[in-house]
Every structure is written in structure tokens, then in C-alpha cells.
Design a protein around this ligand. Structure first.
Ligand code: LLP
Length: 458
């Protein structure tokens, strides 16, 4: 039990989060109460400076780590973590490239004005139409995921006389889980080529005049702490990389994303400067051991760029105390959103934290569970948290670390409109994704006759 259930643990909040003189939470100088009054709740608030500074920190850290080993490193922002045109522009402005994994994400990046050459296109089932579009606009790299995709691209470049730079995604056999990693001989999953099959795939690509083989790609998982998984994976992939050098150039190596962030006070990610230094040094060691040059490197962080920049505001609706036995009580605090705006607790058992936002609480810390408004008992926002005992309906609650994989996974479950996303910076606000209203939610129901329709039209 914490001494203070109003504290803001720095690792899970944007650097600008603070309580003002009245105890109200503010982010980038904008008060949570003003945000809720202006935009309603639930509301996803994104701290622009936090996204920018994290993007910059990644770029600087990998540039420095690569320079130390005599190479270069590119950083792609993995758009799946949270993508809209505004955020794409911020990260590009900070020197990042953009990784997309569907035709839809590709269109967002293009609409944002991201240079096609700075886009990497992923996906295990890119359609012919998606591949055609990517080649037509000139994306910088397509990360090939299967033998069928090689042939699809071969046909497209033959037809269009284009030259397309491509990577081959391999499975290193290292699969990182949160807080640890497992190394298995055979990966039973959908992405990429097993290492044993990749040489033949690269040989085939090298035979196709319109395909320019750029190197190997490997992503070992997400929300990874430490460097052991990256180190092990890099070592296995370098073995193949070295073998491929015998058949031609292999200019680059992309080690994917997956850098973990803090969701609660128990998570303690290491600074990116440390991780970048150790991972790039491990690659350099692996190259030295094989007598090969250190290739140009690339990385694809998503969560680590936007995760802690996001804070979700909810309004408390109802509360209920449940006796747990031996005098202990759990308070259920229902908020006006839930699994429709944050599916991660239900999908992955993800843990979050929460704080009273509209004021500082005065009551003793009370064991609480924050739940949503959906018709499911698994609709949990924060499984366990100590919140002030005087919290009441109408109070605002803030859930930090919701910048990554919350809005992108949002749904209209139970016909709940998806919330807006508002960026904050220097005391100013900007809607970057408009919220839905109930008309938006009902718009796809083909059986609803507009109230304005005449009797005969009905
Ligand atoms: N590169 C590739 C090829 C990926 O598949 C991913 C994530 C990334 C980069 C970015 O990983 P990050 O740095 O964000 O960990 N919805 C799940 C996460 C799915 C990640 C999918 N791929 C979650 O909410 O935890």
C-alpha cells in the first residue's frame, strides 16, 4: 500500500504531468478538468513534447551507438502503436522514418506527407493491391514475409519495370515475452521465414532483376526489457547474414522494435542510451567474431515512442465496495469507457495504474479496481490500484501509459463511440483524431431509416 495515493510515479507519466496548486492533474500545462470540460470523457490526451523527445532520444541514442561501432542506424517509428497524420509528422520531424503494416497505415503515412522512401512496409499477408500501391508510390523498403510474396512482387516489378528495395523477415527462434525471453528451435507462428529457409528465399530474390535485396529483418516481440533477447537473436541472424554475404551484398540489418515501457511502478525500463549501446555493441561483436563488416542497422520502436506520452481521462460513474473477507474491501470504480478504448487488459492481462485527476484525494489509500461500462466482467481498466477513499462519482480519473496500442485497438463494442485524441503542448490543445458520436456508430446499420425520410421512403 503506497503512503500517498495521489503521487505521480515519473516512469509512467509524461514528464510534464504535475498537480497544480489545487491538486488538479495537468499535462503540458493543461488541466485535466479543462480537457474533460472541453472534449468530454473518455479522452486520450497525448503530450506532443513527450512523443517528440522520446523519438529524438531514440534517434540520438542509435546514431551515437552506431557511430561508435563505425556504422549507421535508422529508426523507424512502428505506426501500429498509434498512427495519425499529426503523430507521423512529429516523428518524421524528429528524424524518424515510419513503419507501416497495412495499406491503411501506408495511406496515413502518405497523407501525412512522409516521403515514400522513408517508409518501410510490413505484413504477413499484404495483398497484391497493397503491394502494387507500395511499389507505385516508391516505398523505401518492403519487408517480405513469405515465398508467395516474393512471386507477387516479382510479377509487379516485371509489369511496372520498377525496382523495389526489399528485406527478408526471418524468425530467429528467439521469442521475447514480457520481462523474459524464450528461445525455441522451431517457431510455430505466422511471421517470416525460418532461418533455414531464408537462404533460398534470398537466392530467389537475387535472381529477380527488379528486386534489390537490402538485408534481413527480425522482430522478436514486444514489451521487452533488457538486451538478452536482442543479443541472442542478433547472433543467430548474423550467422545467416554472414553466409548471405558470400552470394552478394547485404547492406543492412533491421532488428525490429519491442522496447518495453513502464505501465506501473514495478516496471523499470533501462534508458534507451544504455540499450542502444549494448545492442549495437553486441552486433559489432558478432560481426567481429565472423570477420564481417558491421552492416548499417535499423530499429522499429513503437510503444517506447508513444506509450508514456498518452493519458486517458475518464469520469467516475458508480462505485461499489466488495468484502474480500478478513475485513478487506475492494472498491469497484466504474468509468465511462473501458475495453472499447483500452482492450489491453482484456487481451493481454495488461496492468495499468490510475490517479484521481480532478483534485488530489484526501482519503486514505483504498484498494480499488477500475472497471469499464461494458457488459463483461473482464472489462477491467486497472486491476488493482490504491486510490483515495474519498473518490466519488463525478471525479475524473487518469490512466497513464495509454499512448500505445489503445486507440489503435479501440472498438465500438456495445455501440460505444470511440473517444477523440487531443494533443497538448505548452498549455495549448489540438484535436488530432476526432471522437465519434452516436450517429457515427449507427451509420453502418443499413436497417436504420433516417428520421427525415418520408413515410413512403420507409
Ligand atoms: N516491428 C514489427 C515488425 C512489429 O511487428 C512490431 C510490433 C514493432 C516493430 C513495434 O513493436 P513495439 O516497439 O511497439 O513493441 N498490441 C500488442 C503489441 C503488438 C505488437 C505487434 N508488433 C500490445 O498492445 O502489447
Amino acid at each position: 500500500m503506497p503512503d500517498d495515493s495521489n503521487d505521480l510515479v515519473p516512469s509512467v507519466w509524461p514528464a510534464s504531468a504535475a498537480r497544480d496548486a489545487d491538486g488538479t492533474l495537468e499535462i503540458a500545462g493543461v488541466s485535466a478538468t479543462d480537457l474533460a470540460q472541453t472534449y468530454g470523457t473518455p479522452l486520450l490526451v497525448i503530450d506532443e513534447d513527450e512523443v517528440r523527445s522520446r523519438a529524438r532520444a531514440f534517434r540520438i541514442a542509435f546514431d551515437a551507438a552506431a557511430a561508435e561501432q563505425g556504422t549507421t542506424a535508422q529508426v523507424y517509428y512502428a505506426g501500429k502503436a498509434f498512427l495519425c497524420t499529426t503523430v507521423a509528422r512529429w516523428v518524421v520531424d524528429e528524424g524518424l522514418r515510419v513503419d507501416v503494416c497495412t495499406g491503411g497505415e501506408l495511406e496515413v503515412a502518405l497523407a501525412a506527407g512522409v516521403a515514400p522512401a522513408a517508409i518501410g512496409f510490413h505484413g504477413n499477408n499484404k495483398s497484391v493491391a497493397e503491394l502494387e500501391r507500395a511499389v507505385e508510390v516508391g516505398v523505401g523498403s518492403i519487408i517480405i514475409d513469405s515465398a508467395i510474396e516474393i512471386e507477387r512482387l516479382a510479377a509487379i516489378v516485371a509489369r511496372t519495370h520498377a525496382t523495389q528495395r526489399v528485406f527478408v523477415r526471418v524468425i530467429s527462434g528467439v521469442h521475447a515475452e514480457t520481462h523474459s525471453f524464450l528461445a525455441t528451435a522451431h517457431e510455430d507462428q505466422k511471421f517470416g521465414f525460418p532461418l533455414a529457409d531464408a537462404e533460398a528465399a534470398v537466392a530467389r530474390i537475387r535472381d529477380i532483376p527488379g528486386l534489390d535485396f537490402a538485408g534481413l529483418h527480425c522482430h522478436i516481440g514486444s514489451q521487452i526489457f533488457g538486451v538478452a533477447g536482442f543479443r541472442e537473436s542478433a547472433s543467430r541472424v548474423l550467422e545467416l547474414h554472414a553466409a548471405l554475404l558470400e552470394g552478394g551484398p547485404v547492406p543492412q540489418l533491421n532488428l525490429g522494435g519491442g522496447f518495453g515501457i513502464a505501465y506501473t511502478r514495478v516496471d523499470t525500463p533501462e534508458p534507451i542510451e544504455t540499450l542502444a549501446g549494448e545492442i549495437v555493441a553486441a552486433v559489432a561483436e558478432g560481426c567481429a567474431a565472423r570477420g564481417i563488416e558491421v552492416p548499417a542497422l535499423a530499429f522499429e520502436p513503437g510503444r517506447a515512442i508513444v506509450g508514456t506520452a498518452g493519458v486517458t481521462l475518464y469520469e467516475v460513474g458508480t462505485t461499489k465496495d466488495v468484502e474480500l473477507g478478513s475485513g478487506a474491501v475492494r472498491r469497484y470504480i466504474s468509468v465511462d469507457g473501458g475495453m472499447s478504448d483500452n482492450a489491453r487488459p482484456a487481451l493481454y492481462g495488461a496492468q495499468y495504474s490510475a490517479r484521481l485527476a480532478s483534485r488530489a484525494g484526501l482519503g486514505a489509500p483504498q484498494l480499488s479496481r477500475v472497471v469499464g461500462k461494458h457488459c463483461e466482467s473482464g472489462d477491467i481498466v486497472v486491476d488493482h490500484e490504491y486510490l483515495p477513499a474519498d473518490l466519488v462519482p463525478g471525479d475524473l480519473l487518469a490512466v497513464p501509459s495509454t499512448g500505445a496500442y489503445c486507440a489503435p485497438l479501440a472498438s465500438n463494442y456495445n455501440h460505444v463511440p470511440r473517444p477523440p485524441v487531443v494533443a497538448v503542448r505548452d498549455g495549448r490543445t489540438q484535436v488530432i483524431v476526432r471522437g465519434e458520436n452516436i450517429a457515427d456508430v449507427l451509420a453502418r446499420d443499413a436497417g436504420i431509416v433516417p428520421a427525415s425520410a418520408t413515410r413512403s421512403e420507409r
